[in-house]
Design a protein around this ligand. Structure first.
Ligand code: G6P
Length: 612
């Protein structure tokens, strides 16, 4: 969501923190700001609504804004419009403290009222400003800044990742977290604070993932992590094992396009070393479950948000088909407040690219509180869901920066297909079928590449729908969630209203919308329900609807019913989504690009939603 970067060391903090938040801009981009303590010990704050480039344009030259301790923030507004005054960093009455914050202070109204009654003057509409005044309140009583922050945070209800500097303590930077990710980077004679490791990876790979209720005090040559009760914490230093090239656009115009084209590799990374064709099964050691425990599973629940929720729907098809284990799929935001029933021998899987989505995390904690075993399928190593789950699988898709998720989706489905084989082989899936399934998984990267090679044609088709106001995506069976995902991609980045529907349900409502202007995207590969979907398409055609079909190579019949056809190679029915989604990602990308929109940072969205 928002992004935080802090620096303390011997170099100028301004370019370091500014470059850092630029790397995080994909997470929030409605306003930004930075604060440093300059050489004279004065606190300097600069902020601007809009993209970081707006802030950069108005900053004085680096010599004029030089300081070796600083913090910066890129915002996705929760409380208060994205104006200059509501941007972070926020300061206190005496302009000595500067605070950046991710998360939501839920009791900020009460805190603000109380502080205003003590003559604190507020200038913004934000929840964050209440916290900086609260810290000021305690800082007025002690010389120990850490203690002032600890006392203030004890009164806070809600979630936070914060970084704070003070002109009274020019050799310190304080950071703390509860429910919002925060990472300490350890360099040579310098330290970094960030909400996402990609912001500091060019400076250091040595990091500590802070835990909830921990606070870190950075001095110029040392750091100390404690709890809010001031108990010392012995934290583990991790080494990040990816490098900066994974967060560059390379030859591509947008991260989203790069990530779409990475899928032959990212899907391969998801299964690499995990498939055992000779034994007709897969191994997923991170699940932390013995064969006996896996065999005892009677029921699965899969919980997620957004694109990850669409993967979960496909997971249901996969697992129920291959392993014959019943699966329920739920939105995390509903699950967490519904007091879910989790029968014995149920395992709950949480899917989250970022591993930080607030609703998914809260749902996982709820399931764990009820005694369930929680497994995480995540991309970001060291993320909160990865750390707090009882086991899980990393999808190893590499950093995903485009706000519209693409490669994470296909990797999640690849992992779910492997879980389905694993559980299937422990139940009633034959070795022959297990082996042929695994072989087919291995062929996916090559088949994805074949679809990517048709991207020029997909761009031409995109040209035909750029002026559409609405679009309908139809699919059946395992391709119904693909229809949902295709529609989501289009609306997220092109702002064309789009709906995904099970094809046969169309006649119960959406058919009323069909006319010569409305594109209908039909996912109709050659499988056992092909004839049924062809009938649905004829219903569309009879009403002058325009049909773009996704069909299996060699299918000639589909062209009779379609304005255009995009072909995908044949694969096993339950693996089709990994192929059929690729043209839909490209279609959405080209429509948005042709409409001149900011594909990587669509309006109002955020990559990782760390607030409710
Ligand atoms: C946001 C993103 C989506 C993503 C969803 C869930 O809405 O814009 O692309 O699918 O969050 O994110 P997660 O990281 O939990 O998969």
């Amino acid at each position: 969501m928002c992004g935080i970067v802090g620096y303390i060391g011997t170099r100028n903090a301004t370019p370091i923190t500014l470059e850092g938040i630029k790397r995080l801009e994909y997470r929030g981009y409605d306003s930004s700001g930075l604060a440093i303590i300059d050489a004279e010990g004065n606190l300097k704050i600069h902020k601007k609504p809009g993209k970081i480039i707006e802030l950069e344009r108005t900053l004085p030259s680096p010599e004029k804004i030089y300081g070796t301790v600083g913090i910066a923030h890129t915002r996705w507004a929760t409380h208060g419009e994205p104006t200059e005054v509501n941007s972070h960093p926020h300061t206190c009455c005496h302009h000595k403290l500067a605070l950046v914050h991710n998360g939501i202070i839920e009791n900020y109204r009460n805190l603000r009222k109380k502080l205003e009654s003590e003559n604190h003057i507020f200038v913004s509409d934000t929840d964050t400003e209440a916290l900086v005044h609260l810290i000021e309140h305690f800082a007025n009583k002690t010389d120990n800044l850490t203690q002032a922050v600890q006392e203030a945070l004890k009164l806070v209800e809600g979630t936070y990742g914060i970084a704070l500097i003070s002109s009274d303590h020019p050799d310190q930077l304080i950071a703390a977290r509860k429910g919002s990710p925060l990472i300490l980077g350890i360099g040579e004679n310098e330290f970094f604070i960030t909400s996402d490791v990609s912001a500091i990876i060019i400076h250091t790979k040595k990091v500590i993932y802070l835990q909830d209720n921990e606070i870190v005090t950075l001095n110029r040559d040392s750091f100390k992590i404690t709890t809010l009760e001031n108990e010392a914490v012995n934290a583990k230093i991790s080494v990040v094992d990816w490098d900066v090239s994974s967060i560059d656009k390379g030859e591509f115009k947008h991260f989203m396009l790069k990530e779409i084209f990475e899928q032959p590799v990212s899907v391969e990374n998801a299964f690499r070393g995990r498939l055992f064709p000779n034994l007709s099964t897969v191994r997923l050691g991170g699940l932390n479950m013995t064969g006996e425990e896996l065999r005892r599973i009677q029921r699965l629940q899969i919980v997620a948000c957004g694109t990850s929720w669409h993967s979960a729907l496909i997971g249901k098809y996969l697992i129920e088909t291959l392993a014959r284990i019943p699966v329920e799929v739920e939105y995390a935001s509903e699950y967490r407040y519904r007091n879910p029933i989790i029968p014995p021998e149920t395992v709950v899987i949480f899917i989250s690219q970022s591993g930080e989505t607030a609703d998914t995390l809260a749902a996982m904690r709820e399931a764990q509180a009820k005694g369930a075993r929680a497994l995480g399928i995540t991309n970001v190593v060291g993320s909160t869901i990865a750390r707090e789950s009882d086991g899980g699988v990393y999808i190893h898709a590499g950093t995903e920066i485009g706000v519209a998720s693409t490669k994470a989706f296909t990797s999640q489905v690849t992992i779910l297909s492997m879980i389905a084989v694993l559980l299937g082989r422990m139940n009633n899936l034959s070795p022959t079928f297990g082996a042929s399934y695994i072989k087919e998984i291995q062929k996916l990267p090559e088949k994805i590449q074949q679809i990517l090679d048709t991207n020029d044609k997909i761009m031409e088709i995109a040209k035909t729908i750029i002026d559409a106001k609405n679009a309908l995506y139809l699919g059946r069976g395992v391709n119904f969630p693909v229809a949902l995902e295709g529609a989501l991609k289009l609306k997220e980045i092109s702002y064309i209203h789009a709906e995904g529907y099970p094809a046969a349900e169309m006649k119960h409502g959406p058919i009323a919308l069909i006319d010569a202007k409305m594109p209908v995207v039909a996912i109709a590969p050659d499988d056992m329900i092909y004839d049924k979907i062809i009938s649905n398409l004829q219903e569309v055609k009879a009403r002058n609807g325009r049909i773009i079909s996704i069909a299996t190579e060699g299918d000639k019949r589909i062209a009779e019913n379609s304005e255009s056809v995009i072909y995908v190679p044949k694969t096993i029915y339950t693996l089709q989504p990994i192929l059929t989604v690729i043209p839909l990602q490209l279609l959405a990308y080209y429509v948005a690009n042709l409409r001149g929109l900011d594909v990587d940072q669509p309006r109002n969205l955020a990559k990782s939603v760390t607030v409710e």
